[in-house]
Design a protein around this ligand. Sequence first.
Ligand code: FES
Length: 509
Amino acid sequence: MSKIPTYSKSYWTEYIDRKEAHSYPQAVKDNETEIVIIGAGIVGVLSAYELAKRGRKVILLEADRILYGTTGHTTAKITAQHGLFYDELIRKSGEEAAKLYYKANMDGLNYIRQVIKEENIDCDFSEQTAYTYAVTDEYDEKIKAEFKAYEKLGIDGELLSELPLPFQIKSAVSMNGQAQFHPLKLLSNLLVSFEQLGGAIYEQSPVKDIEEDDSGLHAILKNGHRISGQKIIIATHYPFYDMLGLYFSRLHPMRSYIVAATVEEEIPDGMYISADQPTRSLRYTDYDGRKLLLIGGESHKTGQSEDELSCYNALESFTKDYFTVDDFPYRWSAQDLVTLDKLPYIGQYSSSKENLFIATGFGKWGMSNGAVASMLLCDLATDQENPYEELFSPSRSETNLQSASTFVKENANVAKELIKGKISPDDVDPNDLKPNEGGHIKFKGKRAGAYRDENGSLCILDTTCTHMGCEVNWNSGERSWDCPCHGSRFDTNGEVLEGPAVDPLKKLN
Ligand code: FES
């Protein structure tokens, strides 16, 4: 049984639900291989496929269901245009780094394009122009600065004053030759090729630790079994394992939302994102012979929104302001991880762990950065050189002032959340909770969390996050308990939906 809440529904994961025979066994005994990959999202699946193609023996492990995590809840744009990004990157990291970052993401896009062609997979891939637009004077200036950065870096794009959108803009910067696709159509088909190449896949097989001895590395499963390999790749989105990597202090989780609408108007080609706040992203995907409009935005720190349902409502209102909506058949949210300098951490886990690799911190750009990560990790795991090793190295120095101030700010935020929960108890009476409602209650004189299901049963949980002890908060949009510190999420029964936590919340009734 999936642990993913059914309240929101992703268009991408519905494809997997409809596919028969989509299920893989649990790992229920010790096993050994050459390379173990933990996490079966875009990074894990692409890496598994590529390594198997290079003749390596690979075992792919997934804690929950394959492709149901962040990759199943994306906007699925494959682009090197990451909103307003390159002007800031040049100022923070220099022109060379900015050029490399653009090139890496274009290589990621081209890698996906090549795999689709080689494997002949129909995954609704289409080439699209990406646009970042401004509707206010303040952001108009920033768009112009961004375009100057494009010119400096030789990025193929234009400065525009009009777009085929149903509202006025001040300006926009375009990036040509980008793409969109259905990620789960691609990745689920690649898993078939991976198995044909001799790879093994296990789902519902969470890993709780990694051990090392003279014989190699061992992924220790929650059920106690060991999957051993010479090398291990951690592709779990948030690294569940943090020995010496200090990733918890260098990543912060953000949630954002998507609503999908069928509308009467013709939806233009192109992928659009606003520079102004609140962010609005617009694109379409193919949908049973017509187009489905995807509107995204409303991001906030995980576990720190007053009312997640209002995020969906705001996106629906925006859509209705500009389109004649027939229906909103899908809506979903995603969790993204942002690093101190906004560049992903991809590479050797730490200088003392030469056979352990990691990829995390893609911000909102997991499709192109995920492909970059798989290419880089496969090269590192097979002792080949890669031009992006230094740029994305998790051990890179992030000594610029902006990164330092981000470090201080984010860790002060975590510290505040660590002490906050238990000193300001809410006073909700559990009898006041209606079916499908959740929230903090007082239980036996202490603060607890409760959810009343549609049959009226109450599940009361200790809301102390099992990762490092922050107080989890109720997420009304997804009906989950979300941790404001490092983004762990738990379902209404306390089971882990997203790490880094590996243990469930304690049940109190
Ligand atoms: Fe770290 Fe909850 S995720 S304390």
